[in-house]
Ligand binder design. Structure first.
Ligand SMILES: CC(C)(COP(=O)(O)OP(=O)(O)OC[C@H]1O[C@@H](n2cnc3c(N)ncnc32)[C@H](O)[C@@H]1OP(=O)(O)O)[C@@H](O)C(=O)NCCC(=O)NCCS
Length: 168
C-alpha cells in the first residue's frame, strides 16, 4: 500500500465526492459542506484549491496507489498568528484504521516545517473524536487543552480539544 500526499487533480473529484458524501465523515467536520455532496461540489473545491493563493492555503489529496482516499489541508492564520497553520483532514470510511491518516499528518507536518515559514501547526478535533486525537498524538502534537462547549454540532454543544506541534 503506497500512501502519499499530492496536489489535487480534477480526476479525483469522483472519489472526493464519495468520501465527503458520508454522514460519518461530515459528523466530524465543521458545518457548511453540502449534503449530499455532488461531483460538481468536488470539482469546484479542487478548482479552488488549484488556484489558491500560494502560501496561505495548502491542500493535498491523500492517496493510496495514486487514488485519492482523503484530504488534508493547512490554512495559514493571519495577523499576529501568521506563522501558525491549522490542520484539517478526512479519510474515506472504507480506508479508516489502516494508518493512512497518521501517515498523512506526519508527511504534511514534515513538508510545512521544511518548506514554509510556519512554525506552529494546530488542530481542533471534537473531544469525542478519539481517532483524530490519536493521529495527532502519534504525529507529535501535544494536547494544549480542552475548550469546553466550544462548538455546536448536530444539535448539541460539544467540547473541542486543542492539539499543537511546534517546529523543533
Ligand atoms: C479521524 C480519521 C482521519 C483517522 O484516520 P485513519 O486513517 O483511520 O487513522 P489511522 O488508521 O492512522 O489511526 C491512527 C490511530 O487512531 C486510532 N483510531 C482510528 N480511528 C479510531 C476510532 N474511531 N476510535 C479510536 N481510535 C481510533 C487507531 O487505532 C490508531 O491508533 P494506534 O496506531 O495506536 O492503534 C478518520 O477516521 C476520518 O477521516 N474520520 C472522519 C473525519 C474526521 O474525523 N476528520 C478529522 C477532523 S478533526
Amino acid at each position: 500500500m503506497d500512501i502519499k500526499i499530492r496536489p489535487w487533480r480534477m480526476a479525483d473529484a469522483k472519489n472526493l465526492a464519495a468520501t465527503i458524501n458520508n454522514k460519518k465523515v461530515q459528523d466530524n467536520l465543521r458545518d457548511g459542506l453540502p449534503y449530499p455532496y455532488k461531483i460538481e461540489d468536488a470539482k469546484a473545491y479542487i478548482s479552488a484549491m488549484r488556484k489558491a493563493k500560494k502560501g496561505s492555503q495548502y491542500a493535498w489529496a491523500i492517496t493510496v496507489d495514486d487514488a485519492a482516499v482523503g484530504s488534508i489541508t493547512i490554512i495559514r492564520k493571519d495577523n499576529v498568528h501568521r506563522f501558525t497553520g491549522e490542520i484539517g483532514y478526512f479519510i474515506a470510511e472504507q480506508w479508516w484504521g489502516k494508518g493512512i491518516g497518521s501517515r498523512a499528518v506526519q508527511d504534511v507536518c514534515a513538508y510545512i516545517f521544511e518548506y514554509t515559514d510556519i512554525i506552529r501547526i494546530y488542530g481542533i478535533p471534537f473531544a469525542y473524536n478519539t481517532g483524530s486525537c490519536r493521529i495527532l498524538e502519534k504525529a507529535g502534537f501535544a494536547l494544549e487543552g480542552t475548550m469546553r462547549k466550544n462548538a455546536y454540532k448536530n444539535g448539541e454543544t460539544v467540547d473541542t480539544v486543542l492539539y499543537a506541534r511546534i517546529k523543533e
